[in-house]
Design a protein around this ligand. Structure first.
Ligand SMILES: C[S@@+](CC[C@H](N)C(=O)[O-])C[C@H]1O[C@@H](n2cnc3c(N)ncnc32)[C@H](O)[C@@H]1O
Length: 233
């Protein structure tokens, strides 16, 4: 990983904001990811993220914290928060913004336990592929304290395969339609391609059942997105 995402966050944090990150996927054209969005305050967050922050309790783990916007908000509200990310640049920015406990760490290497585990901005993305979902869910479950919960958002991206006549062009024999190849570039450099998983609610619920988690639909957004709460069954 070249950590272009972290480099972009550091540029923004250090006042060197000249351009946005460009993303694309195997099923979609190039799109801009505006850097200011990653530094959003509570009032600029989508309703589903605001809802997740309102449901937060106890000691918190913010998984894939990015620039640390959710952690910062919660810390300011008095919560004890740990922010983790695999991006060195992201963690540097999160620390510079004032989050006291931020570490470069892959979620599968986390061992502490928490009352709330947050995975936000398509939190299922880090699972990468459908075949890996139960491994990640089992691990997340092992990090829960008694009465703890996991708050995770994602989208059903079936709409991305809809053509003008309302038909769907996805190949039903191929892999799950939410498994995408994700490409990112910044300032003319290309990041190594990544896998990124969008999981519809029913698939998440099924996966949860197999690992002894109860999956509750908390809220739906305006565009096939949703927030779910997972608790031990
Ligand atoms: C879409 S960004 C979301 C950032 C932040 N949560 C937000 O809402 O602004 C996803 C983040 O997850 C991080 N990430 C990806 N895989 C991860 C893993 N296995 N463990 C921890 N962080 C991961 C990425 O580096 C990136 O910062």
């Amino acid at each position: 990983m070249k950590d272009l995402f972290g480099k972009a966050l550091l540029d923004y944090q250090n006042g060197n904001y000249t351009e946005d990150i460009i993303t694309s996927t195997n099923i979609s054209e190039e799109d801009e990811l505006p850097l200011p969005y990653l530094f959003r305050s509570f009032k600029d967050m989508p309703k589903l993220e605001q809802k997740a922050l309102k449901l937060t309790k106890g000691k918190v783990l913010d998984v894939g914290c990015g620039a640390g916007s959710h952690s910062l908000y919660l810390q300011e509200k008095g919560f004890k928060v740990k922010a983790i990310d695999i991006s060195k640049g992201a963690i540097e920015v999160t620390k510079q913004r004032g989050v006291l406990h931020a570490e470069v760490k892959h979620i599968l290497n986390e061992t502490e336990t928490f009352d709330t585990i947050l995975l936000l901005m398509n939190g299922t993305g880090i699972f990468q592929e459908l075949t890996q979902v139960s491994k990640y869910l089992k691990h997340l479950k092992s990090l829960l304290q008694t009465n703890g919960h996991i708050l995770i958002d994602s989208s059903d991206i079936k709409y991305m395969y809809e053509d003008e006549d309302g038909g769907f062009w996805m190949d039903m024999n191929s892999t799950y339609y939410g498994e995408l190849d994700y490409f990112l570039s910044y300032k003319g450099e290309d990041e190594n391609p990544m896998k990124w998983l969008y999981l519809d609610f029913e698939k998440l619920q099924l996966a949860c059942e197999t690992v002894g988690l109860k999956c509750e639909l908390i809220a739906e957004g305006d565009h096939f997105d949703y927030l779910a709460r997972l608790i031990p069954a």
